[in-house]
Structure formats: C-alpha cells, structure tokens
Design a protein around this ligand. Structure first.
Ligand SMILES: [Zn+2]
Length: 319
C-alpha cells in the first residue's frame, strides 16, 4: 500500500519549514524527497550478517546508508525483505543513537521504522529493546517516530500500547492503475513478467507492493533453477553460477533462492515418484539436506558465492 512511502512523506511534511508544508521546493523538502535529509532517518530490516551484535555503530549506520541509497537508485521500488532479515541488536542501538541526536538542519527530527514487527525481540535483545521502549515512552521534544507494519499484531504489546495507530487501507484499482502506468514502475515489472496492465491491477488487489515481492520471488525461482541446472553441468557452469551470486542487489534474496531450491527439489521428487522412477526420486531427495545446510550457513556470515560453490558440488554428487 505504500506505508513506508506515506511515512517518509509525513517526515517531509514535518521537516518542511514553510506554511504550505510539504511545499516540495524548499531544501528540507528536496533533501527529504531525495532521502538525503540528515534529520530524516529511515530504518528497516537488514540481513543478519550486516547487523552483528558487536558491530561498530558507524559500520551499522554505513550499511544502512548503503541500503537506503540502493532503494533510492531503484526509485523507491523494492521487494519486502525476507522474513530472515530483521532490525537486530546493533540496528536498534543505532536507531536509538540517531533518534536522540538534536536536529541538524530542520526544526525536528523524524525516524521512520519500516516493517517494525521485525525489530529485535526482548528475549534476544533486552538492553536494546528497553532503550527503544524508553525512547517511545519519553521521546525528546524534537523527535517524531513513525513505525510501519504489515502485521501490527506481531508488534510487542509494550510497543503497541505506546503508539497511536493509523490504518493504511488498500488502494482503489484506479489508484493502482495510475501507479502501475508510470514508466519507471512498468519498466521495473517488465523485467520479470509480461503481464498486461489489467492483469497486474487484478493481481495487486489494492496492494501494489505485493507485485514487487512477486517479482523478487520470480527472480529467486529463476536463480534456483539456474543453480540446479549448473549442478549437472560442467565445472565452468558451476563456477559461473557461483560467481553470479555475489552480485549486489542479489544479497537480500539469497535466502529466497534457497527456499525456492527446496521447493524445486520437492517438486522433482514428486514428479519422479509419479513417473514411477524411485531411483531418480531418491537422488533428488538427497539434495534437500544439502540445501538445508546451506540455509544455516547463509544465516551466518558466509558469502553467497562460496555457499553456492559448495552447494552445487554437493548437488552434483546426487546425480
Ligand atoms: Zn518544503
């Protein structure tokens, strides 16, 4: 529905110093729209490897700045982060640290927290969670905090009780159509499917962001198919598919790729069984634990390229 877009717009409204806020022309507005305003802080879930508990605050802030600039370069079009991403201990600490700073150029400071239900839970981050709750309870006078969530029920009750909730409803089909007709949006969606505008409006069901996630799932599925095909290919093919995993922008979706790989192997087991080929089904089934092991390593700090190189070797052994 564009909840984070709305939150950022509210941020712009609060930072704009003119009577016609948001005027869209003053320097506060321009920097807010460009996501470069020092008093508009946008925090959202990141892969765990970019958010180690012992990471230096500057390192966490630099990682987040890079993620924000990726979203800016993609014109604000991004898929929902996978469920394995989160705002972990160092992310929450950095958020609190940024929030309490006095405004640097505007009169206020605004912190937008996207997918807030993926924020560290008290059990793994008591200290950070308490600092955040204290911030929500007694925010400095200059500060506005906006949380967005697709699952407000999953927020800690201690957070829910400290905020005013506003429901962002689904968009009308006419609004979705207007958004999807924009050249940059249709170009983004054209990269994956060739669906007509009518079909996309129908698939969006009032929540156009879901089309972006479908896009990333389709990309993950294609990537999983390439990995599986490379496993039965030459050494060169295996190396190429492994090297391709390190590309920027593919990082967040690697866990989606592994999920799709599991699904693909299960499908092939079922197809082989239906065809009465028990031997082929057993071979495919042997690949599933290898993918599960890769998922465990992917949650750590291992580079997707290295993981894929090991995984294709193990998958190659099954045929
Ligand atoms: Zn303005």
């Amino acid at each position: 529905m564009g909840k984070q877009r709305l939150a950022l717009w509210l941020g712009q409204l609060l930072l704009c110093g003119t009577p016609e806020a948001p005027c869209g022309e003053c320097s506060n507005c321009r920097h807010a729209m460009d996501l470069t305003h020092p008093d508009l802080v946008w925090v959202f879930p990141r892969p765990r490897k970019d958010d180690q508990a012992d990471a230096a605050p500057d390192e966490v802030a630099a990682n987040l700045a890079e993620a924000v600039s990726e979203r800016r370069e993609a014109l604000g079009l991004y898929a929902a982060p996978p469920g394995t991403d989160g705002i972990f201990v160092s992310g929450v600490r950095s958020l609190v640290r940024e929030a309490i700073k006095p405004p640097s150029v505007a009169r206020r400071r605004v912190v937008v927290v996207g997918d807030a239900e993926q924020m560290a839970r008290t059990e793994d981050a008591a200290e950070a969670a308490n600092a955040f709750l204290k911030l929500l309870e007694e925010p400095p006078a200059h500060l506005t905090i906006i949380l967005t969530s697709s699952e407000p029920g999953a927020l800690l009750p201690t957070i829910r009780s400290r905020v005013v909730s506003i429901r962002a409803g689904r968009l009308s089909d006419a609004e979705v159509r207007a958004l999807l007709s924009r050249p940059e949006v249709s170009a983004f969606l054209d990269r994956v499917d060739k669906d007509s505008l009518d079909l996309r409006v129908g698939r969006a069901g009032g929540a156009p962001g879901s089309l972006l996630s479908a896009t990333s799932l389709a990309a993950a599925r294609e990537n999983a198919q390439r990995i599986l095909a490379a496993a039965s290919g030459s050494r060169g093919a295996q190396l190429r598919v492994s090297l391709a995993q390190g590309a920027s922008g593919a990082r967040g979706s690697y866990s989606d790729t592994l999920d799709e790989l599991t699904r693909l192997l299960r499908d092939r087991v079922a197809t082989s069984l239906d065809a009465g080929d028990g031997a082929a089904a057993r071979r495919m089934a042997r690949g599933i634990p290898a993918v599960e092991r890769a998922k465990v390593r992917a949650a750590g700090n291992t580079h997707p390229g290295l993981l894929t190189a090991q995984l294709v070797r193990e998958l190659a052994g099954m045929s």
